[in-house]
Design a protein around this ligand. Sequence first.
Ligand SMILES: Cc1cc2nc3c(=O)[nH]c(=O)nc-3n(C[C@H](O)[C@H](O)[C@H](O)COP(=O)(O)O)c2cc1C
Length: 216
Amino acid sequence: MKLMAFNGSPRKKWNTATMIEHALEGAREAGAEVELIHLYDLDFKGCSSCFACKRLGRKEVGVCTVKDDLKPILERVREADALLVGTPVYFGTESACTRAFLERVQFPYLNYADYSRSHFPRKIPTALIYTMNVTESMLKDLNYPVVFERARNFMGLHFGSCELLLSTNTSQYKDYDKYETGFNKDDKARQHAEQFPKDCQAAKELGARLAQGYQA
Ligand SMILES: Cc1cc2nc3c(=O)[nH]c(=O)nc-3n(C[C@H](O)[C@H](O)[C@H](O)COP(=O)(O)O)c2cc1C
């Protein structure tokens, strides 16, 4: 069982990366082989709309023909048994880098002739982790769940299944006295000390579930 994880935050040690690390720990303990890729280390763009992956008579189905840093990674995705994508919320949606990745990893598998039949050769479990500054009640007022659910549905459609895990009210920086903010620093510190470890534990359990493979 090979789990590929993608960090869509430019920060390699903060909220999103920490959640992913916990998921990978859970997956490893459950016997999975894991690989973590930091998307911001790679030189790639979103879908170029070349439609090579939809052309009739194409040599291979479900393959993005764009040659950049993502090409070898997308080849490994074809062989993966589970996928995990973590992203910070930027302006109410995934980070730009994550969005570009989600376009590239999914569009080749979108079957334009029959949306219900993915070109991905197997069914595998996937998961999306979102970390964000807003509190749980704010995210509902801002309609974020619509965005998260849409992304979850697309991943499920293309790969088999997709779970969502959210971490809200994250700490953005170590010292709230040094930056402008409308957030209460004590509330942030409390959240980080009390809720974030629970979110990390939930991520660990998510990783263990992904390691079980696809469950119908
Ligand atoms: C450019 C930018 C835009 C952001 N937009 C939002 C937003 O719309 N909603 C939100 O809840 N948090 C927003 N945030 C906060 C991050 O989503 C949050 O701090 C996240 O946990 C950061 O993840 P990281 O620590 O892995 O980088 C934004 C942060 C940045 C840098």
